[in-house]
Design a protein. Sequence first.
Length: 244
Amino acid sequence: MPDPGTIDLPLAARVVDVVVENHRTKTFTLNMSLPGARPGQFVMVWLPGKDEKPISLMGADPVQLTVAAVGPFTGAMHSLRPGDRVWLRGPFGNGFSLEGNRVVLAGGGYGVAPLHFLARQVVARGVHVTAIVGARTRSDVLFEDRFRALGVETVIVTDDGSHGRRGLATDPLAEMLEDSSKRPDHVYACGPEPMLETVKSLCMKHGVPAQISWARVMRCAMGICGTCDRGGWLVCRDGPVERV
Ligand SMILES: Cc1cc2nc3c(=O)[nH]c(=O)nc-3n(C[C@H](O)[C@H](O)[C@H](O)COP(=O)(O)OP(=O)(O)OC[C@H]3O[C@@H](n4cnc5c(N)ncnc54)[C@H](O)[C@@H]3O)c2cc1C
């Protein structure tokens, strides 16, 4: 069941600001706050007549959502302007716990957004942070400036080498895990599933604890419908963050 701080029924909020992050991604700031919400938690966003979909919190006070336009719902979100209304319920899921003194955040695609929310909290604790931002190509890179503005060591990796180093986000992570002078004591990851599977096996191989945030198609977000089942583990109720 949702905890008492969770909004069960959709509440209306207004868009107050829209920032274009890259050619397919926008960040929406709303006139709503969820002060107790943690990085890694998500909200269900409802656009009446369109759909209701899970979106991670990029910020909680005020609520900020970073949305990649990949289909009908996210495309409709991209047409929102300041003053328009959206409806939210949540926050849902377990979220990340703040651990480690030398941490790596590995993100791909929109998965970078909740990691930036996490980075802001981790940096405030004086922890050494390296952010790995993975993308297909230069125009897909997300939040490079936002991470650098936090003073975080930022490693950009693109599949085609058009920006940063060429390869996968897991390549620099593997190198850091191999090198005892650079090895993190905690890894956080959010992104496409194949990337997360690699992060999981690398961290298990090197005995480094990790928190991995999985994204699955979901409907209810409350552990009832079973749409987000991963072999008996419900992403909405038991996750989205898995501890490894
Ligand atoms: C916990 C959680 C947090 C999320 N946070 C964000 C976020 O912060 N920003 C954001 O832009 N999106 C996020 N998503 C993904 C977003 O909810 C989906 O992409 C949503 O389905 C988009 O709806 P659509 O109608 O635009 O596209 P759809 O038509 O539903 O999907 C377009 C394409 O993406 C694929 N797809 C959809 N959802 C997923 C998924 N969860 N995993 C893998 N492939 C998928 C579909 O199979 C299809 O090929 C999150 C999903 C989850 C479960």
